[in-house]
Design a protein around this ligand. Structure first.
Ligand SMILES: Cc1cc2nc3c(=O)[nH]c(=O)nc-3n(C[C@H](O)[C@H](O)[C@H](O)COP(=O)(O)O)c2cc1C
Length: 191
């Protein structure tokens, strides 16, 4: 079975560096034979998770859409901004909503046994790698297999060409390789 990869950035910003980065990784996964669905979290506006809201009316519409997409894929690629050494509230909130079981569902049905590849871009010198520490730990705890390889892009404001590629060809290839790795691992796990 080919890998089905859900790819997204943890930023809603129109000119997000992480949105640029996820497109490169997604292309790598596509080239390796995966079916890739690239989404923009700006199209999934969700309230901040609130257990009372969930108890009253279940998952909000866009949280359910996001969770259903997760369930329909066996792998994910995430390009995560780094906010104060961790991940963005937007990304955490979306991942939290999709972790909520609905009646008749097994726990963590959207995540358990899936493969993830992580990337980050930041205008700073560390390229967002500290945020990926949090993200890797969190995903591991919800039963996602995160690839040991990851790619980070420092000084992101100067890193991209106008066509969306990375100026550093080696880095561009390393980002595509994350996509390929996720595609290959997910395909093997589902063989
Ligand atoms: C609240 C906040 C905290 C931030 N903290 C960090 C940080 O810890 N490390 C870092 O490299 N950049 C930090 N930044 C800068 C982001 O990396 C920058 O805004 C980046 O462009 C966000 O990703 P995006 O381009 O995909 O939207 C922070 C930005 C905000 C708004």
């Amino acid at each position: 079975m080919p890998a089905k990869v859900l790819a997204f950035a943890g930023s809603a910003r129109r000119d997000s560096f992480n949105k640029k980065l996820i497109r490169i990784a997604a292309a790598g996964a596509t080239a390796a034979g995966a079916q890739v669905t690239l989404i923009d979290l700006a199209d999934f506006p969700m309230p901040i998770y609130d257990a009372d809201l969930e108890a009253a009316s279940g998952l909000p519409e866009h949280a359910r859409r996001f969770k259903e997409l997760m369930k329909a894929h066996n792998a994910m690629l995430i390009a995560s901004p780094e906010y104060n050494s961790s991940i963005s509230a937007l990304l955490k909130n979306a991942l939290d909503w999709a972790s909520r079981p609905e009646p008749g569902e097994k726990p963590l049905v959207a995540y358990a046994g899936k493969v993830a590849g992580l990337l980050a871009a930041s205008p700073g010198a560390t390229g967002g790698m500290r945020g990926l520490v949090s993200l890797r730990m969190m995903l591991g705890n919800i039963q996602v297999l995160v690839t040991p390889e990851q790619a980070t892009i420092p000084q992101a404001g100067e890193a991209f060409n106008a066509d969306g590629s990375l100026k550093d060809a080696k880095k561009h290839e390393a980002v595509q390789a994350i996509g390929r790795r996720v595609a290959e691992l997910a395909a093997r796990l589902n063989a």
